[in-house]
Write a protein that binds this ligand. Sequence first.
Ligand SMILES: O=C1O[C@H](COP(=O)(O)O)[C@@H](O)[C@H](O)[C@H]1O
Length: 368
Amino acid sequence: QKRRSSQSRAIRPSIVISTGIKQRTSSNPPVPLTQRPLLPSGLLAALTAMSTATGAAASNSLSPTTSRRSSPSSRILTTPRGSLSCRLLSSSPSQSPLVPVSAMASPGAAGEAASRKKLLIFDAEKDLAASLAEHAAGLSEKFAAERSAFTVVLSGGSLIKALRKLAEPPYLEAVDWSRWHVFWADERVVPKDHADSNYKLAMDEFLSKVPVPANQVYAMNDALSVEGAADDYENCLKQLIKNGVIAVSPVTGFPKFDLMLLGMGPDGHIASLFPGHPIVNENQKLVTCVKDSPKPPPERITFTFPVINSSAHIALMVTGAGKAGAVHKALSGNESSSDLLPVEMVEPQDGEMTWFTDKPAMSMLSRI
Ligand SMILES: O=C1O[C@H](COP(=O)(O)O)[C@@H](O)[C@H](O)[C@H]1O
């Protein structure tokens, strides 16, 4: 019998920007901002821009850590669109668990009330990896219980190393791997045994170490052309929707994966959706292709934004100073619709998103 995987463990980020949208009531009036914000103004603006939840969603999302007001480490910042409770916490063994952190809402039409974003900042990569494992294992347990399947989407790159703790005790034994169905958000159109293959990377570093059934690992067909591979992968998704393995978002009508694990390149790309490339605007297909990727190899297939943004949970892992510029832009709140980095276009419509970051990645945001 599978043990409960993770509920008793609490991995603490070194800093949590724990944000929750509070509905204004007479007992919770706007509080004038008289102190210097804990957050840089740009980040505050970004958080503010995302704070459009209804009161019901907000109250659901508030954790005990954000329900207190105006303590030394917790201040309510007044914004034009609602009150934003922000709290920075340093880890110490004596602190109470911070999981789950509260969440903030993001804009969106029908999915507005249900959409949330969180930002976690870790001192050490090993802590980030532990927290990511805990997050994934908790969702695995939840979805396996709810729908007998857990649909997980991997990316390539540095994300895979950060998943290593899932293949170690206690998760190796505790997770019900038989429920996992594994997909790729993007794949390079190369043979599966090629050094550039995202499949090979995931197999070598993660999937070969955990007992996911081989027939539940959905790799790109590497015998096809780039267009053929994209169509084939889309057909695979459609078949699994028919079979009930992949859910469908009632909000968007697109496939709703249980957990979408994304990385981000230094240029702000996610999956194989690169800045300025026309496929970032694809709004019909589930899977599309790129033949001129600015990052080699040039031919890739990728999930489209409607699929990514329909996920139940998006975990975006971003580490290292090399990504600080894109992180700064993404969280600066100065976006204009013609100038969005792909990472800024990750906007859950029917779910929630957690950024797993480290201090170097956040280093261009002062006071973090
Ligand atoms: O090319 C790719 O890059 C991104 C980011 O990779 P990272 O090594 O900078 O984390 C990755 O998420 C994507 O899947 C991959 O194909």
